[in-house]
Design a protein around this ligand. Structure first.
Ligand SMILES: NC(=O)C1=CN([C@@H]2O[C@H](COP(=O)(O)OP(=O)(O)OC[C@H]3O[C@@H](n4cnc5c(N)ncnc54)[C@H](O)[C@@H]3O)[C@@H](O)[C@H]2O)C=CC1
Ligand SMILES: N[C@@H](CC=O)C(=O)O
Ligand code: NA
Length: 444
């Protein structure tokens, strides 16, 4: 009998623990310590050996975090965790693409020790370099928590979907933005108010502009695309727009038109190269992702053999994120760790990137106009010149002195043509605010 298929009675829990050093005791760090403490016996049984925290590093040793640090070694300098004899694996939960997090990653892998992180900013910027260092050292590099929090999406792509050529991967990848958009729609509360609540719940990044301006989603999309298409994460190749300009009016018009607004990250192989884009999207109410609300994330992966798969779960917050970190630790304790990016770092190529202007799709456009005679004719002419075909038009209110919204949707068209038309429309005297455009995603 193959030794990896022993009957349950033959399996033993080794007494040799996997000793963990945790750097950063904020939202996620405290969650990891709590899970390893509260589920110690269950995790030992699953991992085949105890997984125990032996040392920690944070900025302030005296701060009350609601957990006991008694029995843990303490380091003021996180990088010192890597050098400790009682640490086999370092978990980095500090954040930031450079600085102490990156220093710690290099120090840990340089010593041939395993490294686990939730830090998408760092993996997006330095993932291939760290993966190469891990391979050279024969050590594990794991970052499941970096994408879509508690959803095991990297494991799904790397292992469960290993048989498939992926054609498209997309999803709701930022819990803070999904929470904000959901709350704005369901309660009518304003953006700043809901963002403050998302911060209090531990969902937002240290700098929440990363969330609301789409950067965090772009970090995650670059990692997803790397696993799905075998390229290096390339933030510079991603077209990024956030949710700051989405108004309650847009959310209401979307509902009226049969859509819901979601911040999506989309990566797709096209004839022009790899298309990667992050922006608010009008999602048909018939699409499953339209109903992924609150802090939940969802990732849809389309494979040539399996077809469409969708994974959903909480994308941010203490428990969900710590769940993914601990899952990585269990894999390391078991000794089964695949390359972080599915393939060896040296095999990660660089795909040509498709410019956003090459995007083809339908659009929602909101104009704020003074209702003067001829304005709609001028708008229609600008679209006609660019062969942009209009699908619907809603005008609310009538006033020649106060702006009123005019909402249009188009049939599928080229983004380059649409942008040229909007440039002309923006210059019309009766159009008194920059036109707002939201892409409609029909094929979800
Ligand atoms: N909060 C969430 O829902 C999620 C967070 N992440 C990622 O997890 C990481 C940690 O995030 P959070 O726990 O939310 O952040 P946080 O801000 O709550 O915690 C970070 C902790 O690191 C400490 N720290 C700062 N500099 C340090 C240093 N030089 N040495 C040791 N500790 C230091 C801070 O004092 C703070 O307690 C980030 O990379 C974040 O992007 C990933 C997925 C979800
Ligand atoms: N700020 C992020 C945290 C998880 O990655 C989010 O809101 O999704
Ligand atoms: Na995940």
């Amino acid at each position: 009998m193959n030794s990896s298929h022993k009957p349950a009675a033959d399996r033993r829990v080794s007494t040799t623990p996997l000793r963990v050093g945790v750097a950063g005791l904020g939202t996620v760090g405290v969650g990891v310590v709590e899970i390893l403490r509260d589920h110690a016996a269950m995790i030992a049984a699953r991992a085949g050996r105890p997984v125990v925290v032996t040392a920690v590093s944070a900025r302030d040793q005296g701060r009350d975090r609601g957990i006991s640090l008694v029995g843990f070694g303490w380091e003021d300098d996180a990088a010192a965790l890597a050098a400790r004899d009682d640490v086999d694996v370092v978990v980095e939960l500090i954040g930031g693409s450079e600085g102490p997090a990156l220093h710690l990653a290099r120090a840990t892998l340089g010593r041939g020790k395993a490294f686990v992180t939730a830090n998408k900013a760092m993996i997006a910027a330095h993932g291939p370099e760290l993966a190469a260092a891990a391979e050279d050292a024969g050590a594990a590099l794991a970052f499941e928590a970096a994408v879509a929090g508690g959803i095991p999406i990297l494991k799904t792509l790397r292992e469960g979907l290993a048989a498939n050529a992926i054609t498209r991967v997309y999803g709701i990848l930022n819990g803070t933005c999904n929470y904000i958009l959901t709350e704005m729609r369901t309660t009518g509360r304003d953006f700043a108010d809901v963002l403050a609540q998302a911060q209090a719940l531990g969902y937002a990044e240290a700098d929440p502009t990363f969330d609301v301006d789409g950067i965090d989603t772009a970090h995650k999309l670059s990692i997803l695309a790397a696993l799905a298409f075998g390229g290096r994460p390339d933030i510079g190749a991603i077209h990024v727009e956030g949710i700051r300009h989405v108004t309650i009016d847009d959310i209401r018009f979307a509902e009226e038109l049969g859509f819901r607004i979601k911040l999506l990250g989309v990566a797709r192989m096209t004839d022009h190269g790899l298309e990667q884009r992050v922006h608010p999207s009008m999602v048909p109410l018939s699409a499953p992702v339209a109903h992924v609300e609150d802090v939940f994330n969802a990732v849809v992966a389309e494979g040539d053999a399996v077809g469409t798969t969708m994974s959903q779960g909480r994308g941010a917050g203490r428990g969900p994120t710590a769940s993914a970190v601990v899952a990585d630790l269990v894999d390391i304790a078991r000794g089964c760790v695949a390359p972080g990016f599915s393939v060896p770092a040296a095999a990660l190529g660089q795909h040509p990137s498709a410019p956003i202007e090459a995007h083809q799709g339908a659009f929602y456009i909101r104009l704020m106009v003074l209702d003067q005679p001829g304005v709609l004719a001028d708008v229609a002419r600008a679209f006609a010149v660019e062969h942009v075909s209009l699908e619907s038009l809603i005008q609310r209110g009538r006033s020649a002195v106060e702006a009123v919204p005019v909402v249009l949707t188009t049939h599928a068209t080229s983004e380059a043509a649409l942008r040229r038309a909007l440039d002309v429309i923006a210059a019309l005297p009766a159009v008194i605010e920059p036109p707002r455009m939201i892409r409609i995603e029909r094929s979800l």
